[in-house]
Design a protein around this ligand. Structure first.
Ligand code: DX5
Ligand code: ZN
Length: 215
């Protein structure tokens, strides 16, 4: 099933409750972009926000940790009831398998994320270990960037490798997803499409989610 994960990075932080309720009602997954200003050149929000979101979240929460030392936050993520947590391969390197195991021990689904300039084959060692792979379709750090179309070839390659190994893993794509490219995203084999600006930048976010679903 193709799922839509609205990113609250583009939400109205003065009225965040309204936007979380919208995702509860119309979206599939609440995507939470945590940025530390070191791994990526921007700072977003941290647990003071996630703790509050967790109180009213009915859709599953998906934390995308764009931070160095992501493992320092895994327990906190689990405690908040976040069901899915991804960290960047660029931050984890040779600790990637260990970090996946750490998330699993805490009962959290583990995702490995990569930026567009990292060969997609870097993810292959974690097929059969990670629950999902987050393939960035823009460089992590900011919402509202332009979709990088080459990402679809990377998704297809990853998808083929997962199938070749008879493994199971979902593929999530993140950045620049709009109604005009989302069908190509779905056809490439993506399972979860993150969308920030396309949802919260629209005059009618609920209708924008429907449009992303192709409804
Ligand atoms: C970017 C974030 C994305 C971002 C997507 O680093 O990981 O989740 O919110 O925003 P849009 O959909 O506006 O590109
Ligand atoms: Zn994200």
């Amino acid at each position: 099933m193709f799922q839509i994960a609205p990113s609250i990075l583009a939400a109205d932080f003065l009225h965040l409750e309204k936007d979380i309720e919208l995702i509860n009602r119309c979206g599939d997954i609440i995507h939470l972009d945590v940025m530390d200003g070191t791994l990526v050149p921007n700072i977003s929000f941290g647990f003071s926000v996630i703790d509050q979101v967790a109180k009213i979240a009915r859709a599953p929460m998906d934390a995308h940790l764009m931070v160095v030392h992501p493992e320092r936050w895994f327990e906190k993520v689990a405690k908040d009831g976040v069901q899915m947590c991804s960290f960047h391969w660029e931050a984890a390197g040779r600790s990637t398998s260990r970090f996946i195991e750490k998330l699993h021990a805490l009962g959290v689904k583990a995702g490995v994320a990569i930026n567009p300039d990292v060969p997609v084959s870097r993810l292959y060692p974690y097929i059969g270990k990670a629950d999902y792979f987050l393939v960035m379709s823009v460089f992590a750090g900011f919402g509202g960037q332009k979709f990088i179309y080459e990402t679809l070839d990377r998704v297809a390659a990853l998808k083929a490798e997962i199938a070749r190994r008879g493994a199971k893993a979902l593929i999530e794509i993140d950045g620049g997803v709009y109604a005009d490219n989302v069908r190509a995203v779905e056809e490439a084999g993506v399972d979860i499409a993150v969308a920030g600006s396309a949802v919260f930048g629209a005059p009618d976010p609920a209708a924008a989610i429907s449009a992303l679903r192709g409804a």
